[in-house]
Design a protein around this ligand. Structure first.
Ligand SMILES: Nc1nc2c(ncn2[C@@H]2O[C@H](COP(=O)(O)OP(=O)(O)OP(=O)(O)O)[C@@H](O)[C@H]2O)c(=O)[nH]1
Ligand SMILES: [Mg+2]
Length: 434
C-alpha cells in the first residue's frame, strides 16, 4: 500500500478544468520532472507547461500546486495539477502519471485512508468527507459538515474518557483493597447510570442520522387505480411510472428521490392492494406491503369516486397521511385530512406542505450530532451492553473488564483502537481521488 498515488479528483468527462491529485514521497521529483523547473513555493499556484518526462512531448499548460507534508491533507507531500478538462487530455496525462517512478493510480478513498493513518482526522470525520461528496440535500450537507468537524468523535472520546476513568478508579480499588475508599462498585453506580442514559439517548437518535444520510422513505399505498403512480409522477414532475386506467398497472415498487424542504426523501410508488389476479400481481402486492411496512411514512390514497377498500384501511397506522385522490371526481372522504387531484393540481401544495412538516419533524436537528451509520449503532449497542453488564456484576474484576469492552466499543467508532479489519469496508465507498 506504499509508494506514491495519483488520481483524477474532478469528475471525469467533459469539463473546463480537471484536477489531478498526487500524494507520496515521489511527488516533488515528479513535479520537477513534469515541469522541468524548480518546485513552486509551498501552496503557491504556479502556471507551468507539463511535458512527458520521457519524450519531452508537451502535454498541457497547468496550474501546479505543491503542498509539502506533513501540513497537507494526507500528511505526505502532495501536489495538484489543474489541467484543461476533457477526456483526451485526461487520458494523455493519466498515462504519463502512471509511468512516473513510484506512482500508481489510487484506489477509491485511498487519499483519505492515508490521511486517517497519518492521524489527520478520526474515522467518523473520514466517513463524513465521503458523505459530503455524496450530499444532495441541505440536511445531508449540514450533518456531514458537523461530523467532518469532529462533533461525533468529540462525543465518543468524551464518553470513552469517562469510562476509562471509572475503570482506573476500579483498578485502584482492586489493587489496593486496604485503602478505605468504600465499596468501589457502589461508588461507581451513579456515574455509570448517567453515562448509560446519555449513550442510550444518542443511540435512539441513530435512525435520524441514518435517515438524513440515506433518505427518509415514504410509501404511497392504495387500491388499484387510486392514482398512486400519477401522484409519484406529479411529485417529481416526470413521467417515471406508467399510468393507465387498467387496474393493477404497477407491479414493481418504483422509487424517486426528492428534496423536501432541504431533507432527502425516497418516494415509493407501489402495486395497488387487492386480491391478486395472478402470480406476478401477487408478488407485486407482497412487495408493496413490505415496502409500506418498512417505510418511515405512508401516504394512503382513497379515490373520491371509489369506496374505501379494506386492504388499504387495514394498513393505516400513525405513520400514515390519509389522502383523498381524484378529488375532481368527488368530495373529500371522511377519513382523509387532505384531498388532491393530479389532474387539476388541486391540493398538491397542501400535501407537499404536510409531508414536509412530518419529514422535518422526524429529521430536524436536535442539537447533538446523531450517529450516521449502522456501524456506529452496533458499536454503541455493544458499549451499552457492556456498561449494563458492568453495573450488574458484584465482582469488581468483572466490572472492570466490562468497562474495558465498553471503552473499546467507543474507541472503534472513531478508529482509536485496532480497526485494521474495518478499513477496507469503510474506505471502499469513497470516490476515486478522495
Ligand atoms: N380524474 C382524475 N383521474 C386521475 C387522477 N389521478 C389519476 N387518474 C387516473 O386514474 C387512472 C389510474 O391512475 P394510476 O396513477 O395509474 O393509478 P395507480 O394507483 O397507480 O394504479 P395501479 O398501478 O393499477 O395500482 C389513470 O387513468 C389516471 O389517468 C386525478 O387526480 N383525477
Ligand atoms: Mg400504479
Amino acid at each position: 500500500m506504499g509508494g506514491s498515488l495519483f488520481a483524477l479528483a474532478s469528475a471525469p468527462g467533459r469539463g473546463a478544468i480537471a484536477i489531478w491529485r498526487l500524494s507520496g514521497p515521489d511527488v516533488a521529483a515528479a513535479i520537477k520532472a513534469l515541469t522541468r523547473r524548480p518546485l513552486p513555493g509551498p501552496r503557491i499556484a504556479a502556471l507551468r507547461l507539463l511535458r512527458d518526462p520521457a519524450s519531452a512531448a508537451l502535454l498541457d499548460q497547468a496550474l501546479v500546486l505543491f503542498m509539502p507534508g506533513p501540513a497537507s491533507f494526507t500528511g505526505e507531500d502532495m501536489a495538484e495539477l489543474h489541467t484543461h478538462g476533457g477526456r483526451a487530455v485526461a487520458e494523455a496525462i493519466g498515462a504519463v502519471l502512471a509511468r512516473l517512478p513510484g506512482f500508481r493510480e489510487a484506489e477509491p478513498g485511498e487519499f483519505s485512508r492515508r490521511a486517517f493513518l497519518n492521524g489527520k482526522f478520526d474515522l467518523t470525520a473520514a466517513e463524513a468527507i465521503a458523505d459530503l461528496a455524496a450530499a444532495e440535500t441541505e440536511a445531508q450537507r449540514r450533518q456531514a459538515m458537523a461530523q467532518a468537524g469532529g462533533a461525533l468523535a468529540a462525543l465518543y472520546d468524551g464518553w470513552r474518557d469517562r469510562i476509562i476513568q471509572l475503570r482506573a478508579h476500579l483498578d485502584a480499588a482492586i489493587e489496593f483493597p486496604d485503602e478505605d475508599i468504600g465499596d468501589p462498585l457502589a461508588g461507581m453506580a451513579n456515574a455509570l447510570a448517567t453515562l448509560r442514559a446519555e449513550i442510550g439517548d444518542h443511540l435512539t437518535d441513530s435512525r435520524r442520522g441514518e435517515r438524513v444520510r440515506d433518505g427518509l422513505t415514504i410509501a404511497i399505498i392504495g387500491a388499484p387505480n387510486a392514482g398512486k403512480s400519477s401522484l409519484l409522477n406529479a411529485f417529481v414532475r416526470r413521467d417515471i411510472a406508467i399510468v393507465s386506467p387498467e387496474a393493477g398497472t404497477t407491479r414493481d415498487a418504483i422509487e424517486a428521490h426528492l428534496d423536501l424542504g432541504g431533507f432527502p426523501v425516497i418516494l415509493i410508488d407501489t402495486a395497488g392492494l387487492r386480491t391478486a389476479e395472478g402470480a406476478i400481481e401477487a408478488e407485486g402486492i407482497a412487495r408493496a406491503r413490505a415496502r409500506a411496512a418498512s417505510a418511515d411514512l405512508v401516504v394512503a390514497l382513497f379515490a373520491a369516486d371509489a369506496p374505501h377498500d379494506a386492504e388499504t384501511l387495514a394498513m393505516i397506522d400513525d405513520r400514515a397521511i390519509v389522502v383523498t385522490s381524484k378529488v375532481d371526481l368527488g368530495g373529500l372522504s371522511p377519513r382523509a385530512m387532505l384531498a388532491v387531484s393530479t389532474k387539476t393540481g388541486v391540493g398538491m401544495d397542501a400535501l407537499i406542505g404536510a409531508l414536509t412538516a412530518r419529514v422535518a419533524d422526524l429529521l430536524a436537528d436536535r442539537g447533538a450530532p446523531p450517529p450516521t451509520r449502522a456501524r456506529h449503532r452496533e458499536a454503541l449497542t455493544n458499549c451499552i451492553a457492556a456498561l449494563d453488564a458492568s453495573a450488574a456484576t458484584p465482582l469488581p474484576e468483572l466490572a472492570a473488564e466490562e468497562l474495558r469492552v465498553a471503552a473499546d466499543a467507543l474507541g472503534r467508532i472513531a478508529g482509536r483502537i485496532d480497526i485494521e479489519d474495518m478499513l477496507d469496508a469503510i474506505f471502499r465507498d469513497f470516490c476515486i481521488g478522495k
